[in-house]
Design a protein around this ligand. Structure first.
Ligand SMILES: Nc1ncnc2c1ncn2[C@@H]1O[C@H](COP(=O)(O)OP(=O)(O)O)[C@@H](O)[C@H]1O
Ligand SMILES: [Mg+2]
Length: 350
């Protein structure tokens, strides 16, 4: 049997660069696991924090060390250069979280190369990344979610007469507490939970420094539960998992400080609620035109029994201890088989 040449792309120009390296370490182990050895040959491509692609030799070293290359001054021409080994790749596995990787940009580049790619295409990736576009589509599909408003950076940084009116409108529409978020980031970067007018003003200013598009959401008191989806035309949902933590919300520090958050798999939920979450996860996946994989995150308001969709992550964290692979493990799909299925899905023509 000839081995399929898989190109694993990791690193990337986002705040989740380090997480991407950790995800790639786990995926590389999965692709080279004994059960996959005869099927795939693995080639590594590391994209540094400047956006420059590195050849397999350098990439191998970064993966082995688990440490990013330092940022340097680069020439624009370097961004147009790809290692020659890239031309031999038969299927790409991009594991780039956040902007410039999870948002359709890499997916567009790989589409132009006419080589199949694990995960969603341009549309699902782009809509899944932008919280305003995503919630617009969820609303159209009738998926229940929190009340929200969209504003732009230019509205926030407008003349001083307009800004107070904008804040009045947010207060009247959403009240406190509310969450202010850049529309296109991840890992809770730039997100604030606000309870007062002055916090709202500061949060809008901060979010505007990250993104042109800003979303403000009514805050809910809820349990945070997540479901993994795998497939293409007939996507399947995993068991549901829960994240619990002691901080005010699931912010950056809580996400990435060991021991701050606990995963419970499967979540202790009434069967009907788990089932509803699984159905909504598949509906969200289909509605956004996702493919391959996505982790769909929800708020479960225990007091009312309501399930609200929060977001879809089209390239979720994929380390050995991440929620996505753990949910599949608990559903009966071990890590090497999960990676195998994702590559097979990318290659299938349906
Ligand atoms: N509307 C909301 N109500 C309550 N908590 C929220 C709300 N929006 C966000 N949060 C909290 O902030 C965290 C990060 O928000 P999220 O929209 O998931 O951003 P990211 O894409 O960065 O993960 C959530 O996991 C949750 O803890
Ligand atoms: Mg989230």
């Amino acid at each position: 049997m000839t081995q399929l040449k898989v190109g694993l792309l990791f690193g990337g120009r986002s705040g989740e660069h380090e997480v991407s390296i950790a995800s790639a370490q786990a995926i590389a182990r999965g692709i080279t696991a004994p059960e996959n050895q005869s099927k795939y040959s693995l080639t590594l491509f590391y994209i540094d924090k400047n956006g420059v692609w590195h050849p397999p030799t350098v990439s191998q070293e970064v993966l082995a060390q688990g440490v990013p290359l330092p940022e340097t001054d680069i020439q624009p021409a370097q961004l147009w250069q790809f290692p020659p080994e890239a031309a031999e790749i038969e299927v790409w596995f991009p594991i780039l979280h956040g902007p410039n990787g999870e948002d359709g940009t890499i997916q567009g580049l790989l589409t132009l190369m006419q080589v199949p790619c694990v995960g969603s295409g341009v549309l699902g990736s782009a809509v899944g990344m932008d919280k305003l576009a995503m919630k617009g589509v969820f609303g159209q599909a009738g998926l229940p979610q929190v009340k929200y408003m969209g504003v732009t950076r230019s509205q926030v940084w407008s003349n001083p007469c307009v800004f107070p009116k904008l804040c009045d409108e947010i207060e009247a529409t959403l009240g406190y507490p509310c969450f202010v978020k850049p529309a296109n980031l991840g890992s809770s970067v730039g997100i604030s939970k606000v309870r007062t007018r002055s916090e709202l003003e500061a949060a809008l200013d901060s979010a505007a420094s990250y993104d042109r598009r800003i979303i403000i959401e009514a805050g809910v008191t809820a349990r945070e539960v997540e479901c993994a989806v795998l497939g293409k035309e007939q996507p399947q949902a995993s068991v549901v998992g829960e994240i619990s933590f002691n901080s005010d919300f699931y912010d950056y520090e809580t996400k990435y400080t060991a021991g701050r958050a606990d995963l419970t798999i499967p979540a202790a939920l009434p069967e009907s609620v788990s089932q509803q979450i699984q159905e909504m996860a598949i509906q969200a996946f289909t509605t956004l035109d996702c493919a391959g994989l996505a982790r769909v995150d929800f708020f479960y308001v225990e007091s009312t029994g309501e399930v609200l969709i929060n977001e879809v992550n089209t390239l979720p964290g994929f380390t050995a201890t991440s929620m996505y692979p753990q949910l599949w493990e608990a559903t009966g799909v071990p890590f090497p088989e999960l990676v195998d299925q994702l590559i097979q899905l990318a290659c299938s023509l349906e």
